[in-house]
Design a protein around this ligand. Sequence first.
Ligand SMILES: [Zn+2]
Length: 226
Amino acid sequence: MAPGSGLAVEVRQGRHLRVTDLEGLQVVDMAVFNRDNLREKLSTSNSRNRYLPRPGEKYAPRDHLEEGDWLMSTLCRPLMTIVRETPEPKGVHDACNRMCDRFLYEVFYGIEKDGCHEIISNAVAPYGLLPEDIPDTLDLFMKYPHSCRTNHFEILDPVSRPGDYVEFRAEINCLVGLSNCPYEPCCGGKCTPVKVDVYEDENYRPEPILPPDEWRRRELGRRRGK
Ligand SMILES: [Zn+2]
């Protein structure tokens, strides 16, 4: 994906999606939809705050997502799992703020330019999705921490080096909208290309795709040994 370009990619259940930052310091914004019901889509808030604590783990509403976490939908069930991320430290992907858009460029920079919102909207338009359907994205590699000292978010350089990647496994059939972010201030001052791969997981054993309530009951039963 060239800088500023978009992509819509279907990732069927069990397949992996890998996004590789070829030159480092590049942000990629990612929206996810249930391919079989496009009204159900990524909720970064649910992903941070609605998860199943591991045995002995105390629940805490989180400010970020990292390897092992689910990308949860607006109906509170996993769309994808973050199975691997190579940048160090892990978990440096903005999951708290909305993507860049024409509003941001015009109001703060006085220029007319498409942002990730327009880029993703155009990419998924062939599926009948409209700009107002696009959820808040997970912004891969974006370092945008909240400062308690200044009481606002701070844009810092990503920690990704050339060849670093994040990889997801689809837990249901997904449609993923990607934008290779054109906002230089969050990409180390220069936007660069990224690579997207989708491939089969030979070890994946298909799970039934259940409605959210049934999925939750089954998952809780499994964890409680029933
Ligand atoms: Zn952007």
